[in-house]
Design a protein around this ligand. Structure first.
Ligand SMILES: [Zn+2]
Ligand SMILES: [Zn+2]
Length: 259
């Protein structure tokens, strides 16, 4: 992937491989801008993220790698932050990074993308779940705390699809993303999940394009061998709807790269 801004490290307790291994894989696959955005610490669901005491080590290790590889690839530093009312921490939100990805992994405290809690899909109206999810994405965009929207339609992960029109449900969220000047990532993790397609779907991507929302690319790698996987698929998807450039960030400022 020419630009790949969403990748993890073992500090989050559910990824494997060393920082250097991720970078070597990125260099091998022709990546020009490779960003780490590991799960930021939070006082909720601590099992699946780094601890606050790991932040310094994480930032130091990524910056050391940036220096080490500077002649081969541009390494960027970010965090993937959970948008969860009452649990977002100033130490993360004000961190000295290139960008922050805002992700919704919880609806009213329910970790809807965690297979452990999959039973909850059967207990509620599926259309209401989807609408609540997109409403939360809208709230996240309105908060103006983040630069990139993580996996925009993650709610489809287990393939529990709504009866209603998804483009209609997502419309206020996309409009808020545009208004907040955020970037949407084309994230390939969905290919590795039951849904078997990228986040967002081609039809939501088309809607984003029509609204003038910029994109970036994301392996969302939790192992080095996942770096740049499904690159051809997402480049084609982006080109098919009309995109010719993607965003990268430096000190929380956007830059555009042709692909
Ligand atoms: Zn993860
Ligand atoms: Zn995520």
């Amino acid at each position: 992937m020419i630009v790949d801004l969403h990748n993890h490290t073992p500090l989050c307790n559910h990824a494997v491989g060393e920082i250097n291994e991720y970078i070597e894989a990125a260099i091998k696959t022709g990546t020009k801008y490779f960003g780490f955005a590991d799960h930021a610490p939070m006082d909720f669901d601590p099992k699946y993220r780094m601890a606050f005491s790991d932040m310094k080590k994480y930032e130091k290790d990524v910056l050391a790698a940036k220096e080490k590889y500077k002649n081969k690839i541009e390494i960027l530093l970010g965090y993937e932050v959970d948008y969860l009312q009452g649990h977002m921490d100033e130490r993360v939100l004000s961190a000295d990074v290139d960008y922050l990805i805002g992700s919704v992994h919880f609806i009213e405290g329910w970790g809807f993308d965690n297979p452990e809690f999959i039973g909850r899909y059967k207990e509620q109206n599926i259309d209401e779940i989807w609408q609540k999810y997109f409403d939360t994405i809208k709230e996240m965009a309105d908060s103006k705390l983040f630069d990139i929207v993580g996996h925009f339609d993650l709610i489809k992960v287990f393939k529990y699809m709504p009866k209603g029109d998804i483009n209609q449900m997502a419309k206020p969220a996309l409009e808020a993303i545009k208004k907040a000047d955020m970037v949407l990532e084309l994230n390939v993790a969905g290919y590795r999940k039951p849904i078997g397609e990228a986040y967002p779907s081609p039809s939501l991507l088309k809607q984003a394009y029509e609204l003038g929302i910029p994109i970036t690319f994301a392996s969302d790698a939790h192992k080095p061998e996942q770096v740049s996987m499904f690159n051809d698929e997402v480049i084609k998807m982006a080109k098919d709807v009309g995109y010719t450039e993607c965003a990268t960030f430096k000190n929380r400022k956007k830059e555009f790269i042709k692909f």
